[in-house]
Design a protein around this ligand. Sequence first.
Ligand code: DX5
Ligand code: ZN
Length: 233
Amino acid sequence: MAFMSSVRTIIAPSILAADFARIGSAIETAEQAGVDWIHLDVMDGHFVPNLTFGPKMVADIRKLTELPLDVHLMVNNPGELLDAYIDAGADFLSFHVEAETHVHRVIQRIRSAGCRPGVAIVPSTPIGALSCVLSDIDLALVMTVNPGFGGQTLVEECLRKAEALREERSNIGASFLIEADGGVNPKTAARCRHAGFDVLVAGSAVFGASDTERAVMQLRTASLESSTSVDDT
Ligand code: DX5
Ligand code: ZN
């Protein structure tokens, strides 16, 4: 059976690879290049060995664009920090199941605040960790690199997680989006898309490129090639 994706690929550049001193112009350039969302990586120096920014950055970016803000919390105890990111204007708010005991409660809090909840897993976490909440989320964020840094190589084994999640989504009649985060570039985008990812997060491939518009077009083209011509029988 040929795989024909029913959802247009959502391209979500991560500002982690952008120049934080020129973040306004990076967002504007990405928007003009036709990206769909902006992905914001929040790191606390504990859950991951790196620090990025807090809710003020999210709030300031909220003033710059109407694109959906896809906030990825790589922090310990995300339940303690949620409200600040909700107030800052996140549209999608994802947290790691590895960092939170009360996953279901946190999802409900995000939803009741009017945000779209997402759950994230690192490469060593099996998708079974999400199975009890798949009907409650809008986004399953599959880390395709070990979180903490941009510019790493995609972990190929993670592609199988998208295939399994796609099947599970269909079995239970859910509608969450499946997001690949890390190591996505024009060379890996087609494989990600074919595996079943709906959302492609790309940091260095977009903000590290000399021509952002061309980089986004290359990602879009690679995704289209996959969704129209790949036969997975
Ligand atoms: C990694 C972050 C990713 C990262 C992706 O911890 O969650 O979003 O920015 O960067 P690239 O696309 O460079 O792998
Ligand atoms: Zn991310």
